[in-house]
Design a protein around this ligand. Sequence first.
Ligand code: SF4
Ligand code: MG
Length: 316
Amino acid sequence: MVELQDYASPVRPTWCPGCGDFGVLNALKRALVELELAPHEVVIYTGIGCGSKLPDYMRVNGFTSLDGRPIPIAQGAHLANHGLKAIVVAGDGDTYGEAGNHLIHALRRNADVTIMVQNNRVYGLTKGQYSPTSPKGFPTKTSPRPEGAIDQPVNPIALALAAGATFIARSWSGDLQHLTDTTDTMVAALRHEGAALLDIFQPCVTFNPNYSYDYYRPRVYKLEEEGYDPADLNAAWEKAHQWGDRIPIGVIYQVAGRRKAELRAAGAHPGCWAAGQTRAQDLDGGRLSGSGGGIHRLRRSQDGGERGGGVRGSCA
Ligand code: SF4
Ligand code: MG
């Protein structure tokens, strides 16, 4: 039985008191316990940012990539070892800015990766520049008054819908219950077969007081309490554009993972959609290419399988 204590780390977070990243950290630990996933079965891939320090504060496998690169690294590693749960945790600048292209194609391909975005609408670690989700007019060091930020902000939900995502949800770090309830957001995102995007409002109390707990608390409402159907694409598009006095949170769009359904119909193992390609690498004189090679080798030796058979044997 997996317990919360299994994920306890002696490292104390360096986040500012009141930072929304605390809520994300606590929720993620609870969600993994809810799913009975032990620390050795999980890898959290992060980029660069305040929130990307998160794996340091849990007892779990972590991979800190370059800024904007956790998504492709998570995909590559997951192709090599399907037995490890692949979770990306990164900020709005990282995911919607530097990794914008990676995000679109991971969603389009329906890669089996859960992407959680700590969206505070600012670059916090680098001390307060405007980010891809900063609203127009937001004054920062890189968007001085009187105009403030002049760019149209990214709408993450609409972007994911347009990319063909099969799971899109939103929550906020001021409501641990909503993040971790078994039918909602974080647990549902982790359960989804295929690419899942969970956008989390994560107040940066130091550099973006405009989007504080007091801003979100009276505005957010829960879609699951309104009889909302997350399979309705047109309704999801409408919810993606709702903002102001009422901001929807919850599962905004979900359909079955298409890629896996197609592969099952063809008789392939779930999660093994690139197995043929990886086996070809494996047979190439025993040399493995790509970022997941080390993990692949480890898995193969654990399986005790002969060279070339390890990937098929490791399918989970
Ligand atoms: Fe959190 Fe903002 Fe402080 Fe970074 S700067 S730790 S995002 S409150
Ligand atoms: Mg940010």
